[in-house]
Write a protein that binds this ligand. Sequence first.
Ligand code: ADP
Length: 706
Amino acid sequence: MLNSIFNLSSYHWNPYSVPYYLVGMLTLVEGIFIFVQNRRALVNAAYALSCLVVSLWLTGMGMVFNSSFEATALLWARWYVFLGIIFITPSIYFFSVSWEKALFPGRKTKKDKLVIVNFLCGLGFYFLCLNSESFISGLWHNSWGFYPKAGWAYIIFVAWFYGLMILMLLNFIAIYRREKDLVVRRQAKLMIAAFSIAYLGSLEFLLNYGVSLYLLAFVPVFICITIVGYSVIRYRMMDIETAVHKTVAWVFGNLILIAPFGVIFYFSRSWCHGLSNLTFFIYLSGLLLAFLIFFRAFQPKIDHFFQRRRYDLEAILSRFIDEIIHLKGIGKLSQRIQDTIKETLYPQKVDILICNQAEKKSPFLVWLAKNNKIVYSEFIDIDPGLAQIKEAAKWYFDNTSSVVVIPLVLGDDLLGLINLGKKANLKRYSAVDFHFLNILRNQSAIAISNSLVYENIEEQVRVRTEELVEVQNQLTQAAKLASVGTLAGGVAHEINNPLAAILTNAQMLLASLDDLDADELKDSLELIEEATKRCRVIVKKLMTYARKPMEVSEVVVVDLLEVVEKVNSFLGYQLQQENITIAVKAEEAQYPAVGNHNEFEQVVTNLVLNAKDAIKRVKKSGQVEISLSKNDNWIRLDIKDEGSGIPKDDIPKIFDPFFTTKDVGKGLGLGLSISQSIIEKYKGSIFLKSKEGEGTTFTVNLPLAG
Ligand code: ADP
C-alpha cells in the first residue's frame, strides 16, 4: 500500500495545494536559518523544531490535496500531516519555555518536565493516529480535495492542543511582564501576536464538526513567520543579528535597468525583419552602445544603494588627500573623514573623537598611542600583541559600541580616535579595508594636527584682539582726561569772572550792609546767585565730560548736528575767552549716522581743540568753522581753521598714536589716533588737508543712517 505514495499516477494537479507548499517550505527555511545562526542555543533549536512540524503539516496537506485516491491521501494524512499537527503545540510550548530560560537563567522551574510530558502525550496521540480509526476515521471529500475526518477520540486531542496553546501564551505573557528590557518586551509582545494569529490556522478542524469553511490555514502561518522574521531582523530576537539580504533587491534593481532595452528590442523585432543585414547590425550596435552608456551611468548608483559597490580605494584616497588639504577647522575635517569612511566601507557608525589630556591617561589609549595600530575587536582574543591589554580593549569596545578603533597618532601624541561600528551589511572588515584605513588615518592625523594648531592660533588672535580693545578703551579714557587737563585752564578762566562778581558783591554787601536799602540788597544778592549758578554749570559740564564712561556698546542713530551743537555749547564760551569763535554751518535739520553719541562728541572735541591750538600758535584771534553736509549715502563733517597748518613731513605721522608737537604736559598725541579708530569703527573715514602757515581742514565722512 505504501507503494502508492511513490507512484506518480496517484497524484493530480491541484492549485489549492500550491500556497500550502509555499508557506510550508518558507517556514522550514526560516527554521533552518534560525537554527544555523546559533546551533548551540536551545531556543533556536526549539524554534526550528516548531517550524519543522508546521512545515510537515502544511506540505503534507498539499500532498493530501494532490492525492487522486483516498488511500494515498489517508496515508499522507496519518503518517505525515498528523506527525506535524500533533507536535506543533509541544514544540511551540518548548520554544516558549526555552526562551524564558534563556532570558532568566538560573530560575527554578518545573516547566521542563511539562515539556517532556507533552512530547510523550504527542507520541501517544501519534501512536493512536497510526493505529486506530478513532483518531482519523477517513476522509472528507471536498471540492478542493480530501480532508482528514476526525474520529471520536479526536476531540480529546483538540482539548489538549488548545490547553497547551494557552499555557504557551501564558509563558510569553509572563516573559513580557517580568522583563524590564524594552526590546525584549517588544519581542515578547510580537511573539504573543504571532502565535495567537498562527493558531487561527488550527480552526480548520471545525470542518469536522459541521462548519463548512474554505481552508486558509497557510495565511495565519505566513503572518506568524513574517512577524518572527521581523523580530529577528529588527530586534535581534534569539540573538540573531542579520542584515536583510539585499541581493534580491539588487538583482531586481539591475533588471529594471535592463528592462527598457529588452522591451525596445522585443517590440522592434518585426521591424528588424525588414532590415538588411548591415542596417540590422548598425541598429543592434547602436542599441548596445546606448545600453552600455546607460548601464555605466546608473549601475554604480544601484551598487552603491545596495552597498555592493567595490570602490577604487586608491582613487578615493587621492581625492580625500586633495580635499583635506583645503579644509580648515576640526568640524569640517571630521565630517570629511566620516563621510569618506561611510561611503567606502559602510560602517553602521563612525565616531571621531579628539582626545584631551585626561583621556590620554587611560591604559588602552596609552597603549594605542605607543603602538600606533588599528585594533579590530575580532582579533582581541587571537592577536598575541594584544594579550596584555585585552580586558581594557574589550571594555573600550563595549562602552563605545564599536568594533574597530583607529588611533590618530602624530609623533608620540595621540590626537584622536576614530571608532567604527559593524558594517551595515554585517560583513567583516577585510585586510584591504585596513590597508585603506591605515593610509587614511596617517593623512587624517596630519590634517587634524594642522587644524588644531590653526584653531589654537585663531584662539590666540581672538584673545589678543580682546586685549587690544581693552587697551584702546583705556587709552581713550586717558586721552579724554588729557583733554580735561587742557580744558582745565579754560575752565579756570571761565570760573574766574563769575567768582570775581561773587566776591565783589559779597564784599560790598559786608562793607555797606547798614546803608543799603532793600532793592540794592536784592540786586546784589541776585548778582551773587547768578554768578554762582554759572560756576555750577561750568563745573558740571567739565565733570560730565571727564567722568562719562565710554558706553561703547550703545550703538544707535546719532544726529551729528546735535553732537556739534553740544560741543559748541560746551567749548564755545571757553574758546570765546581766548578770542576764538566757533561757527557752525548746517543746512539740513538732521545728519543721522550710526554710532555712539559720546564717541562722536569726543571726535569733534578733539578736532576743535586741535584747531584752537593751531590758531593760537600763530594768531591772537580766529575762527573754527564746523560745517555739515550730506548726500544720499554720506555725511561730511569739515572742521576748518586758519591756524599754523601742518608741516608736510608731519602729515603722514599725524594719526600715529603719541605723535604730538605740543609741549610736554599739553598734548598726549592720542587725540587724532583715537578719533580715527572711532570713525573707522563706524565704517567712516577721516582725512585732512593742510598747508603750513595757511590752515588745516579735517574732514570726517560717515555713512548716512537708514
Ligand atoms: P595732541 O593734540 O595731544 O598732540 P593729536 O593726535 O590730537 O594729539 O594731534 C597730534 C598732532 O597733530 C598735534 O600735536 C599737532 O601737531 C597736529 N595737529 C592736529 N590738529 C592740527 C591742526 N588743526 N592744525 C595743525 N596741527 C594739528
